[in-house]
Design a protein around this ligand. Sequence first.
Ligand code: LAG
Ligand code: CA
Length: 505
Amino acid sequence: AISTRGMQEPGVTVNLWEWNWRSIAAECPRLDRAGYDGVQVAPPQDSVKRTQAEASDPGTGSAILHPWWEVYQAVDYGLTSRMGDEAEFKTMVSACRKAGVKVYVDTVINHTTGQGTQSYGGKTYSSYDYPDAGYGREDFHVPRGECPTADGGISDYNSKTQVFNCNLSGLQDLATQTPEVRGTLADYLNKLLGYGVSGFRVDAGKHVGQADLNAIYGLLRKTKDGKRPYWALEVFGGSPGALSPQAFTSSGDVLGLDGGRQIFNAFKSYGGSGNLGDISGLSTFGEGSGLTPSSKTLSFVTNHDTDRNPGEYLGHRDGDQYLLATEWLLADGYGSPQVYSSFTIQAPTGLPENANADDRSGKNASPPSDAEGLISDASCTNGLWTCDHRLNQVVSMVRFHQYVAGKAKRNVYDREYNVLAFSRGSRGWAGFNNNAESDFAGASGERTITVQTGLKAGRYCDIVSGGKAARGCTGTEVRVRSNGRATVTLPARGAVAFTAKDRIS
Ligand code: LAG
Ligand code: CA
């Protein structure tokens, strides 16, 4: 186990996944004003830069030259990547720190690549031989004979030995039990900490395993703020015993992937006719619904993988329901909530004959890039980036989350189909309505509820539709009566929320 004493708390973060370093640096002052505590950034280490030869080989997974997932195929730990070079990375971290926003880095420490011969940093390599990282065959489980499968891949996700030691979708699995590999990885992470980074998302954490994760964490220096670095492990649920997310909570925080599925099932169900979801059951969400403890979880509605998995998780494509879920998670208070914001997924045109289903659906699409694969500056006006983290209703709920921090959920209203409302102590109240505009033959999806708000009498401005203005509210106004009760109309697939400081009289 690792000690979490003095560990950096992430607070509310935004995952600006595959935003380039220049754009993140420019965004950080705005993130701070919006109330975000930190930003998570895509893997900055050098990675495979595919060539036409790889794109033409169906075995490499895509006919697209530069799919988004190139960055998950480490070649060495130089900091030249699709998102920018080392100088730009350093500038970004300093600019964000100066703005009061902490930077968390997605780190690929379980494996190197599974394809290609050249990298964004201009290095060349071959299978199990990465001169610039200092890795040879002795640094990988498969050539060492430590993976029991014939082809070196993971075929049984219930086997600890296979999950830890075999190659995850062809990616060459590092022998993280050796002092040499641990030292190389710790040097990389310590360099990032030296630049001012505050912690890490550990890609494929489940495949590194607790013992090696703990040992690597033990080699890390403190952050510039004198804290132990934040450490959030990616552990997909579904495997038994030691492979479960619960079994990794003694090695760090874990990503809230099972929670993401519960959120999808509540908001959307499985999408058949008549399956419209029912969010009222989310009154019990978190440890009470079998998830990892709040204090050990990086919670989210979606991330870069799940946004591409429409049948099991919500994503940007789900529009109002996705935003409603994001607003609800920020109000609920489970885990350290993370808002996701990246490029819009579009089905590419003009694909070659050998394109596969994931190429055609847009699942493998490249972020907006130049011909060399270098990612373009993010823009919130060209339609290529979602910029969901900037939306008024999301920013308002980030502020709500910060303002009600530590206050228990009270006055839960969950007796009505697809509606959920609660107060957070006596500091804030929020109500959510997941009913569509016309679920039942033309009926309005709007819902009017009478609830106990936990707040004192007065007129309050709803922060989802607007907020306080010089006189009155720019959006909806809610009147709380002397007994704390209020009658509130929740728009279809919408929310109403206010805190004690949104009172106008
Ligand atoms: C992760 N967590 O454990 C990332 O969140 C996930 O996005 C990564 O997969 C995975 N682990 C490895 O870091 C992504 C794509 C894969 C892609 C992989 C490596 O979802 O599709 O694999 O990144 O780029 C691709 C091809 C495979 C091929 C492999 C190796 O799709 O067909 O076998 O590359 O060449
Ligand atoms: Ca491994």
